[in-house]
Ligand binder design. Sequence first.
Ligand SMILES: *[C@@H]1O[C@H](CO)[C@@H](O)[C@H](O)[C@H]1NC(C)=O
Ligand SMILES: *[C@@H]1O[C@H](CO)[C@@H](O)[C@H](O)[C@H]1NC(C)=O
Ligand SMILES: *[C@@H]1O[C@H](CO)[C@@H](O)[C@H](O)[C@H]1NC(C)=O
Ligand SMILES: *[C@@H]1O[C@H](CO)[C@@H](O)[C@H](O)[C@H]1NC(C)=O
Ligand SMILES: *[C@@H]1O[C@H](CO)[C@@H](O)[C@H](O)[C@H]1NC(C)=O
Ligand SMILES: *[C@@H]1O[C@H](CO)[C@@H](O)[C@H](O)[C@H]1NC(C)=O
Ligand SMILES: *[C@@H]1O[C@H](CO)[C@@H](O)[C@H](O)[C@H]1NC(C)=O
Ligand SMILES: *[C@@H]1O[C@H](CO)[C@@H](O)[C@H](O)[C@H]1NC(C)=O
Ligand SMILES: *[C@@H]1O[C@H](CO)[C@@H](O)[C@H](O)[C@H]1NC(C)=O
Ligand SMILES: *[C@@H]1O[C@H](CO)[C@@H](O)[C@H](O)[C@H]1NC(C)=O
Length: 843
Amino acid sequence: MLFSPSTSLVLLAGSFASLAAAQNDGDFSPPSYPSPWMRGGNGWQDAYAKAQEFVGGLTLLEKINLTTGVGWEGEACVGNTGSIPRLNFAGICLQDSPLGIRFADLNSAFPSGMNAAATWTTRLFKSRGNAMGMEHRGKGIDVQLGPVAGPLGRVPAGGRNWEGFSPDPVLTGVAMAETIKGIQDAGVVACAKHYIMNEQEHNREPNGTVKFAYSANLDDKTMHELYLWPFADSVRAGVGSIMCSYNQINNSYGSQNSYTLNYLLKNELDFQGFVVSDWWAQHTGVASALAGLDMTMAGDQNLASGNTWWGSNLTAAVLNGTMPQWRLDDMATRIMSAYFKVGRDTARVPTNFNSWSSETFGYIHPQANEGYQQINYHVNVQADHARLCREIAGASTVLLKNVNNALPLKKPKSIAVIGEDAHDNPGGPNSCGDRGCNRGTLAMGWGSGTANFPYLIAPNTALKEQAARDGTKYSNVSDNYDFSAVTAALQGTDAAIVFANADSGEAYISVDGNTGDRNNLTLWGNGDALIAHVASQHPNTIVVLHTVGAVIVEEFKNHPNITALLWAGLPGQESGNAITDILYGKRNPSAKNVFTWGKKREDWGVDVVYTPTADPPQLNFKEGNFIDYRYFDANGIEPSYEFGFGLSYTTFEYSDLKIQKMSPGPYEPTKGMTKAAPTFGTIDFNESNAEFPPGFHAVNKYIYPYLSDDVPRDQVQNWPEGSLEGTPQPKLPAGGSAGGNRQLYDVMYVVTATVKNTGGVKGVEIPQLYLSLGAPTDPRIVLRGFDDLILDPNESATFEVKLTRRDLSNWDTASQNWVVSNYPKTVYVGASSRDLPLSGTLA
Ligand SMILES: *[C@@H]1O[C@H](CO)[C@@H](O)[C@H](O)[C@H]1NC(C)=O
Ligand SMILES: *[C@@H]1O[C@H](CO)[C@@H](O)[C@H](O)[C@H]1NC(C)=O
Ligand SMILES: *[C@@H]1O[C@H](CO)[C@@H](O)[C@H](O)[C@H]1NC(C)=O
Ligand SMILES: *[C@@H]1O[C@H](CO)[C@@H](O)[C@H](O)[C@H]1NC(C)=O
Ligand SMILES: *[C@@H]1O[C@H](CO)[C@@H](O)[C@H](O)[C@H]1NC(C)=O
Ligand SMILES: *[C@@H]1O[C@H](CO)[C@@H](O)[C@H](O)[C@H]1NC(C)=O
Ligand SMILES: *[C@@H]1O[C@H](CO)[C@@H](O)[C@H](O)[C@H]1NC(C)=O
Ligand SMILES: *[C@@H]1O[C@H](CO)[C@@H](O)[C@H](O)[C@H]1NC(C)=O
Ligand SMILES: *[C@@H]1O[C@H](CO)[C@@H](O)[C@H](O)[C@H]1NC(C)=O
Ligand SMILES: *[C@@H]1O[C@H](CO)[C@@H](O)[C@H](O)[C@H]1NC(C)=O
């Protein structure tokens, strides 16, 4: 037997029962079939035409090859599809990560997504995306596995939050869209991930203890207003691929959930690209294809298992008539459309690096130790991206406190730099695989979302150089536990700069007992005690934090000897230069918090579920829309530092709010039917032609499309109702265009305000617009717009936000559409989520 029947599908079919109950154990995802086929709209027309022609000329086996990875370490990249030797078409190469190329050399290690967000600067979102895209292009990578909107950042201890941008869906949505445009302008397909609800690391995958991954159970309204929002922006930006996640949503796996893939993503959001599974996140064969999965990675059922859900198995399912040709053609067409859309046909160079060895010579099939030849060509793709890394790292450093003119430093006579986090990792910045340790200065979390550092400038290095230029006496201590050395180093210094950190990452690596997610929200490696020790001795203590998210700073933030506090996040390779720019005023701080700093762990209201009480573990998202600042606001909790807050060396003043109403006309639900599913080319149903060609050499553990057994023809399968239908289907009222109904993006109001630099130096202000949607069930305010204004002293500029229909709407579950409620709506403009001097009512 080639296939085992899909138990989860049996469960799925016909189980609408609990639709009314939201966020409860055992919630079900309603089935949604058939899987929407591509239609080629929204700027995909040319790519679709090219893909149709290409796919129409392929054989069954060649189409299957495009959909299935060749297995773990089968080829050079972390993921590779089969190739089409007849057309001299190399397999598609997919490579981590969201902050640079993983497993390569002569590449840049960019600031994290979280740091990019903290710049609040769309220009930098896009330049960072473009620089990363150019580097991937130069190494011969087709798909960059990023950016990240899942996790969004529901729980502050979530291990991978830093790979993404911010728990705010609007900030994340803008960052996603601009990063995607940047990557794809470079001729590389971006991959928005992890779709969806991948909000914690614990139990994201089945393990020895739990047989199933956790299920995130959440209601339809929260899905639309919070977690799906940035993915809508990604689709609207034309993203070529989306990666489905490990976890379950309403007790159905992310890579076979027909509701999240078929209904929400491909129908409502009108996504035209392809869905690729997270590595081994696929758990069924035909069922996942019918539920909307288009490409499986790494291709093998489990790491190097040598067998596959697709490949030969999918070939068999097409030959016995189970898997309709239109679905296979749609999968292949979506993949090739993404390829043509970004111009891979002209941008492509052969893959010239190898993920599995840094040696020049090695195996082209590393899993099988086969094909010894040159595998690394050491192509330098860094260009001048170091400058951009330094700019983003500086522009993402948030100045949280600055009293007594502590900063900027002006040629002090002597300084002491304290803390392991200021210093080099003695083993070198890449000494721990996938950055799976916390030694020396922290500039990146751990896991697959990493890149090798070409170099890492530690703060100690850059500050020492600055001191030498200024004639400043310099002392430093790297040992966080050697307080007597610290005390000695502080003697007679003008300023003590103390560094500390907190790390996190992906679940497959545990660091100091932290299995991806953080176990606590305090500093690592004696950091809190070190800061307390320095502050007890030095009246000018400047604290710099490299952390993956919020840490508890309440113990020391108001300490009278702590004159300045900065958050530098995970700044990447230029860390030390960037913090020196800020501390010495060569760059005026402009960053603002992209998350809320609570006073204690309980302040966030939600947390990681570390110990499952059911299998699958049930994570009920009962807080709905109320995460991060929305929760603090709704519950009257005073944070240490609020969302959107950050200081500058100058000051700004807000005035003159103006609201202009636009008349885009009424909102029309999308109506009508799609076309019938097209097919491209004909399928040869002769089984003999689908077998391994005579004399074919099969690489060990490699995944192929060829039949390896007889095709089963007599099994009874209850495929979900409608799942095999290629007939025209009704369009969704909220759908019809990229990111949903095109009228959702009509501009309803234009809001402007004046921002003036009232201080003595040039600076950048990040004005923010928040909106109250007005209903008692709505958050107090939600972010809807921001900008970065560069202002000389006394200079003023206009801050402008265009509010769209979507911005003003709530999701209405009954009509399955966005609706502008009758509640009065108020806009607020100011410098943070709790500093909003201007307000006005939307008429
Ligand atoms: C999950 O179940 C809830 C409650 O039944 C429902 O509102 C929601 O739409 C479902 N979401 C998904 C993705 O299945
Ligand atoms: C499928 O891909 C594999 C791996 O690249 C290749 O060896 C094989 O020839 C391909 N098969 C066809 C039919 O193109
Ligand atoms: C599986 O997950 C549980 C719950 O998080 C954990 O206690 C256990 O150690 C894990 N088991 C393995 C084999 O990783
Ligand atoms: C096809 O799927 C079945 C069921 O999981 C599996 O046992 C078999 O090894 C697969 N066949 C191939 C060739 O991978
Ligand atoms: C000061 O920094 C240097 C590197 O510049 C390092 O070798 C030395 O160990 C540090 N000093 C102390 C006391 O930690
Ligand atoms: C928090 O976790 C870090 C990393 O495991 C550890 O170094 C630190 O001591 C912990 N803090 C507390 C208060 O236990
Ligand atoms: C601040 O530093 C001075 C040393 O300059 C020390 O005497 C004092 O106790 C410190 N204050 C606190 C609150 O620790
Ligand atoms: C199937 O293909 C084989 C090999 O190409 C050929 O010998 C055989 O005649 C074909 N069978 C039919 C029914 O066409
Ligand atoms: C066709 O093959 C697929 C995959 O092996 C299997 O799941 C299905 O039951 C088969 N269909 C019939 C009618 O035997
Ligand atoms: C700003 O304007 C004030 C009042 O017009 C003026 O006194 C001051 O010199 C100006 N400052 C700068 C830096 O231009």
